[in-house]
Design a protein around this ligand. Sequence first.
Ligand code: NAG
Ligand code: NAG
Ligand code: NAG
Ligand code: NAG
Length: 437
Amino acid sequence: MKTKNLWSLLGACAALANAQLVTPAVLTSDGGPDWTDANGLARTPPMGWSSWNQFGDQINEQLIRETIDALESTGLRDAGYRFVNLDDGWQAHRGKRSNHPLEYDSVKFPNGIKAVVDYAHSKGFKMGIYSGPGEKTCAGYTGSIDHEQEDAEMFASWGIDHLKYDACCSHQNASIPAVQKVFRTMSEALLNSSRPIVYHTCHCGWADIWQWAASVGANHWRIGQDIPDDFNYPGNREKYYFDVLDMIDRGNELTAYSAPGHFNDFDMLIVGLNGKSQELVGTGCSNVEYRTHFSLWSILSSPLLIGADVRNLDSDSLKTLLNKDVIALNQDVAGNQAALVQDVGNVQVYAKELNDSSWGIALLNRGSETADITFSPRRDLIITWDRYFLRDLWKSEGNESDFTLYNIPFTTEVMPHEAKVYRISQPPEDVSPPDIE
Ligand SMILES: *[C@@H]1O[C@H](CO)[C@@H](O)[C@H](O)[C@H]1NC(C)=O
Ligand SMILES: *[C@@H]1O[C@H](CO)[C@@H](O)[C@H](O)[C@H]1NC(C)=O
Ligand SMILES: *[C@@H]1O[C@H](CO)[C@@H](O)[C@H](O)[C@H]1NC(C)=O
Ligand SMILES: *[C@@H]1O[C@H](CO)[C@@H](O)[C@H](O)[C@H]1NC(C)=O
């Protein structure tokens, strides 16, 4: 049985949080100052909605207003989903920036972007926008090259709160210093604008971005390419797509880069797309698979950006997205990313230490047969407690008192593609043994 030493991972993580990041050699490679947490934002992973996964560039003012209303009426806003992010496609012009200014599309947004931002703000939301460091963005619209300060000031004047800055298509083959440079330039422009704007640097997980993105001021950075709407996509990842399991694997070595203010980004959520995306390949997931995807993104401290049409969410998906106990694992202020602590065949266990010294764990069955998974806190977490409270966050959502007291490892049955998620905490001294199972 392969059990990794979680202490060494978490030790590294805590040291990083204190020392403000990575190794100096990596930091100085672009010659700039260390802007880790310079904007002071995103103390926990950003939560909200993004237009791309469902709609691609087919966005407009009415859709965004209806989305804002739906996020409010479904309870998603109050569960924490605050960012409403326009992805590619809000711009007026296609083609090179050297031939066109950056302006909003006045057919899609007849009242301008600021009117939509004001509407979002009036309902307690924050608003995000998209650009990139090339002549063109991924969908072929004008980019921000050589106009970074001007664009940052325009976004700030509209009241924008989040920028996704996407280098995937313009800088696919660029050297690491070249990619660092373009991300740093926009970062500086945003800092100069003096409006607090969360900064998302998107580079498909290339150029070892996790090693240096925080140091150029990024709050989150994609660690892979787009996920399909599929748990285990038959297409190959060399071509482009990383499915849910690929993304989880990819994050395994990256726990040290997650901390308040800067997070690994596992991509926007596919929960609720149900094969209806206008953009993504894949035929959809079962409810269990969407729940597993959401559970893992949560415990891995990824941003939680809903990608589905929230005006028409099915009730199972809505229930998944609203699980406040699972969300609490994601929004924990310590900012740790769960580490892989058990990895045997199709069974994996992920564990995350939380701010109050309790733990979140996810027992994942990647296979197609039901599996019994045994978890031992003393072995898998290397804690010294004799007894522990265990609460199943899907079964007992919202009921803080629905826990069991254990003093031994426990074994549970996990369905194919299911993840069971628990919170484990140390009972007070005076809890007496009779409850122990
Ligand atoms: C990067 O290189 C690959 C392989 O040579 C090529 O197919 C692709 O078009 C290049 N991308 C860009 C943006 O130049
Ligand atoms: C930010 O402001 C400084 C000081 O005015 C200036 O030197 C720098 O060029 C600005 N950055 C960008 C990206 O325009
Ligand atoms: C928990 O959060 C508080 C307040 O943010 C902080 O002072 C404390 O250091 C945190 N503890 C851990 C273990 O992260
Ligand atoms: C919460 O859990 C406790 C303990 O299992 C149970 O007695 C109680 O009925 C539950 N409350 C609700 C509202 O389900």
